[in-house]
Design a protein around this ligand. Structure first.
Ligand code: HEC
Length: 448
């Protein structure tokens, strides 16, 4: 939705109550809410709703299901207005698919890039049920000239930022596995995850999985709104780290790439002669399901096959795997894991850098000290930050808290661009406040 600004400044200055989360989600931002699944979540094949990562650009909308309608309009013969009952009467389809934020793993990029500093847990695997998008489009009668379908949700933008709307090419929209889901894991899709209807684009990054969907607009030319033309883009070839690129030098983020997470062990110490269970999950995107996973315990010199869990062969879901290893000698070991997908793709050892930190899929590695005695705990010193300038609150904390700011590691130039970006979205920074603000941000939250 794009018409109201009712959220704007409503919550200004209010205390941020980060909900107590029973599942220990990592709070990347409290408001709008961004929650990351901890590594323990990879022990589940199907991710329960309260462990499913949350990525919201905006505050949660209020949805009244009796008034909710899905509009199908644009380049169609018969525009439609559908209630939930209409959708539930259509043939249902169910599938398991990985949902992964395009920026999952952004925190690992070097040089650092602005944005939520996700680790591994901006991803989930769930069972979706709904109707084929192709079925709904067939009832409306898509015209010959159509090229894309644009989705909009019940959410309102914050400040003067553009309404969150995303489009996908008609070919992907008509794919029999692209669905409008009203159920997640056997229940109505929870509000945080898009109630009452979420676009499910299996194999693609979740920026295309529009939540709270209220409108399908069939377009005759590609959508050129902010969230397609400026955001969620990356270069289609490798560029030198730190290169600055304009949006037209990049292409939209689409398919996920083959990727692995090592979820256990989580301790960095083990005893010699005792078996250790190395376990994790792997998935891919359009290139087909994962066909094998290999583990190395010597920093990538030798590789052995991991055991894939049986009964998890699906086109778009993840595969859990495990590998048992008994380190005999006292030493420091570097454990790695990598997957291969049906198209033969495997994972890189170094990532091509891109300005927004999308598509991280480097072979993960963890270090383990194998020794008889536990190493002495070495608690990290709390970071010493300079005092914030008095106008930080008025300039920067109207729409979100300090959390999104404190997780960044940006250069002065990057911070300067962030301030401009925020002013374009409605932040009011007095000219005389800008320099002290920039000094503070770049000295407190500079590159690591
Ligand atoms: C008018 C509302 C508003 C104000 C005021 C505001 N921001 Fe933001 N800020 C946003 C929104 C919206 C996002 C993105 C939320 C999302 O996409 O999850 C954001 C995200 C961020 C991020 C995460 C990185 C990114 O670019 O998405 C940083 C860092 C940030 N803001 C810093 C600041 C600073 C510094 C100020 C003060 C100069 C400020 N913000 C003032 C609305 C605002």
């Amino acid at each position: 939705m794009s018409h109201t600004r009712r959220n704007f400044f409503l919550l200004a200055g209010g205390a941020i109550a980060a909900a107590q989360d029973p599942k220990n989600m990592v709070v990347r931002a409290a408001r709008p809410e961004d929650l990351e699944m901890p590594l323990s979540g990879f022990a589940d094949y199907i991710t329960p709703a309260d462990h499913f990562f949350v990525r919201t650009h905006v505050y949660l909308p209020t949805v009244n299901i009796s008034e909710w309608r899905l509009k199908v309009e644009g380049s169609v013969q018969t525009p439609l207005t559908l209630a939930m009952d209409d959708l539930r009467k259509m043939p249902a389809i169910e599938l398991i698919a990985v949902t992964e934020c395009a920026g999952n793993g952004r925190g690992f990029f070097n040089p650092h890039v602005p944005g939520l500093q996700w680790g591994y847990g901006g991803v989930a695997n769930a069972r979706w049920r709904g109707v084929r998008l192709a079925e709904v489009l067939k009832r409306a009668g898509v015209r010959e000239s159509a090229v894309e379908v644009l989705f909009d949700g019940a959410d309102d933008p914050i400040g003067t930022m553009q309404d969150f709307r995303r489009s996908i090419p008609l070919k992907k929209a008509l794919h029999p596995d692209t669905i409008l889901a009203y159920e997640m894991n056997g229940e109505a899709v929870p509000l945080k995850h898009g109630f009452p209807l979420r676009v499910v684009v299996p194999g693609w990054a979740s920026d295309s999985w529009v939540k709270w969907c209220t409108s399908l607009n069939v377009l005759d030319k590609p959508w050129d709104g902010f969230w397609m033309k400026d955001a969620y883009r990356k270069p289609d070839h490798a560029v030198a780290p730190g290169t600055s690129l304009t949006p037209d030098q990049m292409v939209p983020v689409t398919s996920l790439r083959v990727k692995t997470v090592i979820a256990s062990p989580t301790a960095n110490w083990a005893k010699p002669g005792e078996p250790l269970r190395i376990a994790g999950v792997s998935w891919s995107g359009d290139a087909g399901p994962v066909t094998s996973v290999e583990v190395s315990t010597d920093a990538g010199r030798a590789w052995k096959p991991a055991r894939l869990y049986p009964g998890q062969k699906t086109q778009y879901g993840w595969r859990q795997w495990e590998f048992s290893w008994t380190p005999e000698r006292e030493a420091y070991y570097t454990i790695m894991a990598r997957a291969r997908d049906a198209a033969g793709n495997t994972q890189p050892f170094a990532q091509e850098w891109n300005p927004s930190g999308y598509g991280w899929n480097v072979v993960p590695s963890i270090g383990i000290s194998v020794q008889a005695q536990a190493p002495a705990a070495n608690p990290p010193a709390p970071p010493a930050h300079p005092e914030p300038p008095p106008n930080l609150r008025a300039s920067c904390l109207q729409c979100h808290g300090t959390d999104v700011i404190e997780q960044q590691h940006l250069t002065r130039g990057q911070w300067n661009r962030e301030i401009t970006k925020m002013m374009n979205w409605g932040a009011r920074v007095k000219p005389e406040d800008r320099e002290p603000l920039l000094n503070y941000l770049s000295s407190a939250f500079g590159p690591k």
